[in-house]
Ligand binder design. Structure first.
Ligand code: PNS
Length: 161
């Protein structure tokens, strides 16, 4: 039987409980999940790629079939290089759909890489890394939205700014 290895790609600046929910569910139905952290950002990030990766490693450590890797360039090239058959993405709302559909079709057109969409847990349908950062920056309580190590890292980064 071939290994069913999939990738959950993203910026993860920082990882939220919504991301973790998708990764955990993907890990239940595939042999291996690679969480791929995008390095070559055009947008500026609150956390460096090493910090984002380390936080992810810490919070996914209980899943034996999940590992975290950084990547540059196209996700389809990362898939080819790592023998990955599909990209797994969470879909929060209709607003996510257009762009996700476009990326999925481009990736299939260019490289034959499939994209599997999982519906986000309704508990996290509103959740994004950007909103978490904005609320945290202005003193909002995001403790129910991110794992403990991320909350600590956010608090430290914001108080240092
Ligand atoms: O968490 P994000 O920023 O919404 O994740 C977007 C990501 C990293 C999944 C997407 O931008 C991506 O796959 N980037 C890698 C570059 C690439 O392959 N671009 C073409 C997509 S069709």
């Amino acid at each position: 039987m071939p290994v069913r290895r999939v990738v959950c790609p993203g910026s993860f600046d920082p990882v939220t409980n919504g991301h973790l929910d998708i990764v955990a569910r993907a890990a239940l139905i595939h042999d291996e999940v690679i969480v791929a952290v995008l390095r070559n950002q055009s947008k500026s990030t609150l956390f460096t790629v090493d910090e984002r990766t380390e936080l992810l490693r810490e919070v996914i450590s209980k899943h034996e079939n999940v590992r975290v890797q950084k990547f540059d360039g196209l996700i389809v090239d990362f898939c080819r290089a790592n023998d990955i058959s599909a990209i797994v993405k969470g879909l929060r709302a209709v607003s996510d759909f257009d762009y996700e559909m476009q990326m999925a079709q481009m990736n299939y057109n260019q490289a034959g890489v499939e994209t599997l969409f999982m519906t986000t847990n309704p508990l996290y349908a509103f959740l994004s890394s950007s909103l978490v950062k904005e609320f945290a920056k202005y003193g909002g309580d995001v403790s129910g939205l991110v794992p403990g190590p991320v909350l600590d890292a956010l608090t430290a980064r914001i108080s240092a700014a």
